[in-house]
Design a protein around this ligand. Sequence first.
Ligand code: ADP
Ligand code: MG
Length: 625
Amino acid sequence: MSDIIHLLPDSVANQIAAGEVIQRPASVVKELVENALDAGADSIQVNIKDAGRTLIQVIDNGKGMSETDARMAFERHATSKIKEANDLFALTTMGFRGEALASIAAVAHVELKTKRTEDELGTVIEIAGSNVEKQEPIACSNGTIFSIKNLFFNVPARRKFLKTNATEFNHIINEFNRIAIIYPQISFTLTHNDDEIYNLPEGSLRQRIVNIFGKNINPQLLTIDTETSLLKISGFVGKPETARKQMHNQYFFVNGRYMRHPYFHKAVMKAFDRMLAPETSPSYFICFDIDPANIDVNIHPTKTEIKFENEQAIWSILMASVREALGKFNVVPGLDFDQEGATEMPVLSTDTSIKMPDTGFNTDYNPFNEDSEKIPSSRSGNYSSGSSHHKKEHFDWEKLYEGFENESVVDKENDFIQTEMILESNTSTSSSNIAVDTNNSNDILQFKGRYLLTSIKSGMMLIDQHRAHTRILFDQYLRNIKDNKILSQKSLFPDLIELSTEDSLIMEELIPEFDSIGFDIDCFTKNTYRINGAPAVLDGKNCNSIIEEMIAGHKDKTISGKDAFHEKIALSLAKTAAINYGKRLSIEEARNLIDMLFACENHNFSPDGKPIINILSDDEIQARF
Ligand code: ADP
Ligand code: MG
């Protein structure tokens, strides 16, 4: 019998290796931008078409490559950054494995144009699936242009694995930010389908953060600055009152490289001890500068997890630094996060001039505004003091509830919420009450935290607050799903969901559907799926149960077809996000709830067919006396 072991051709070996390094378009962006930085560029342009499916182009003004180096760069283990294993312990560059370009060239069409200052002519190389198709001299400017086209053209399984353009582009923005934040001295641009997403001039770290996340973030940033013999810690933490439920804008960097570090995250959380509202966490941009000999960046192929010597000591230094930053700005003592009480309906009082309480909602946030996806800052938000919203003629229901949704639900049995009469002095708000008697439009009463009572021309109307809000949100979500405007929220620590084999098969079919409405689910191990992201409106709540519900619906055929899927998911989202019973409403909230309900086409019934409104006619009322 002949021998059976043979060496894989390079192209196949590279393709296999590519699987580890290049998972999606965002990985290409990361590798190319890191290379541009390593080449000493101080201006980097990133141009993307179709979330990277069609084109990923990175243009730098770095040192360029010679004709030979340009060819060599695509060989596996070809690197100019280390010569021997010992160099690994003194790494000051981003790359060192020499596999990024080989991997990219194995799974895409690559064009490289590059020229060094000292050369008269540059070089152009075209490679497709590891085959060099062209190399010749070319007149071009100093620096390097990489154009990656048709990513995964020869790996259909990978291409199929790509998520929606919105999701993939979100990944690109994440990778881009992770680099752009920590290199404020380098100017960057990012375009998508020729639209300019970022144009970041060089500046300070603070300026860079503001340029990326919007100027609202500026006053929120408290400076951290600590230097010890072990390391230097610098950067910013967000003020406690700007902490949010979702993980947002949380960045650690070590020696100019983004890293994930759950243990150090805990140190930051510890420093904020008792200053945060339940389940929220602060934003931070924290940079460590440490002797490279004290860290090991080599433990993870995509290099976001980094091992430190002296982790415990760093934990303590970090905790103390954050505490100091909070203390300096006097935010440590006497914080009162219990603002929710202040937003409740005013109780009957003899004081006729009722002052609207201050609320802490984010006036900029709109979960369906695509801009807020582009510029995460508008999500993290500027908490303006409450008075500003009174001036607004028109209210956005979503904004009104930002930040309150988790208010405890009062036990229905034991609950006896004092019935509250509303005194209303503010008549300036526009009110388009369709059914409400305009003469008495200020008389809205919330009854037992459950119903809104209001007089109408023919009698008295009772409105179920939860069902009303469910109807409003359902209509809104369905519209947003149809318009592809559901905003997704990434999870830093994705939840896992374990399914039976049968359910896994249904899941495989449903993943594109889930992804299209803001989820980001992938297969983790056999029958276990990872939920990397979910519609932002869920705020991390109920993901698993919604997914299970959708799968069950498909199994018993109660859901069939895209429309049914969309309706069902919109219903689940609406039910989860709608205000609960027991939630006290301010007069503004109550009035807006009613206004928005009557703006819905079907305001009589909730999307699952239950009555929302009940009317007691004048006659019925009179008959009781
Ligand atoms: P690594 O970055 O780990 O060295 P890569 O495959 O990413 O490996 O790149 C291989 C080599 O190609 C680099 O070491 C560098 O010498 C060269 N190179 C890559 N990109 C650029 C660039 N934009 N400008 C100059 N040289 C580059
Ligand atoms: Mg590299």
